[in-house]
Design a protein around this ligand. Structure first.
Ligand code: COA
Length: 167
């Protein structure tokens, strides 16, 4: 019997956007189970808007139709978390050349820390190549329409935060 192929898609997801969603759904072509892993703030320089619990909840709501996608959080090293989960793949999106250096460094460091772990890079749909969570937060906070950039459950949370997000 072959083992299910588990992939980890790590990030801050503050909040998850349609760009992330697209990458995760496309990864189901080669992974049996995808664990979307929200990194705790202690392991990140960025200060977030939504709590880690809210981010996980939003990811679960976005993927209610897809039992192969799970959401959770992790602290500490990604390689340790991946090992604990029996994952051999890390999935990252490469939106533009500007992402490359950082992603390349992380992939090499992760491989140095754990030789079994492969990082797979997917390119997003070109329409999503400019998208980032911080831009979505900024546009929503200033009353702009973010409906094209986030799924309905995320839009609802943003609307609750900022009364005018998306009209
Ligand atoms: N669509 C839309 N936005 C995307 C995207 C896509 N397909 N792919 C990336 N992004 C955006 C994110 O929204 C985020 O935007 P923001 O900066 O405006 O919030 C940005 O790209 C990059 O964020 P993300 O992909 O979430 O990565 P990160 O840099 O926040 O987190 C970790 C990187 C969590 C994977 C990394 O820090 C880590 O592994 N930490 C654990 C500790 C560890 O092991 N450290 C050693 C690593 S070698």
């Amino acid at each position: 019997m072959t083992h299910p192929r588990t992939a980890i898609c790590p990030g801050s997801f503050d909040p998850i956007t349609v760009g992330h969603e697209e990458i995760i759904r496309r990864s189901l072509k080669f992974a049996d189970r995808i664990l979307v892993a929200v990194a705790h703030r202690a392991t990140q320089a960025k200060q977030g808007m939504f709590s880690v619990e809210e981010r996980i909840q939003m990811i679960r709501e976005v993927f209610t139709d897809e039992p192969r996608v799970e959401a959770g959080d992790f602290t500490g090293l990604l390689v340790d978390f991946a090992r604990d989960e029996g994952a051999h793949l890390i999935i990252r999106g490469l939106r533009a050349v500007s992402d490359f250096e950082y992603e390349f460094q992380m992939a090499l460091m992760n491989r140095e820390l754990c030789a079994d772990l492969e990082t797979v890079f997917l390119t997003p749909n070109v329409e999503h190549s400019f998208l980032s969570s911080s831009l979505v937060r900024e546009v929503a906070s200033l009353g702009g329409d973010v409906r094209p950039f986030v799924a309905p459950p995320v839009l609802e949370r943003l609307r609750n935060r900022f009364a005018t997000a998306g009209g």
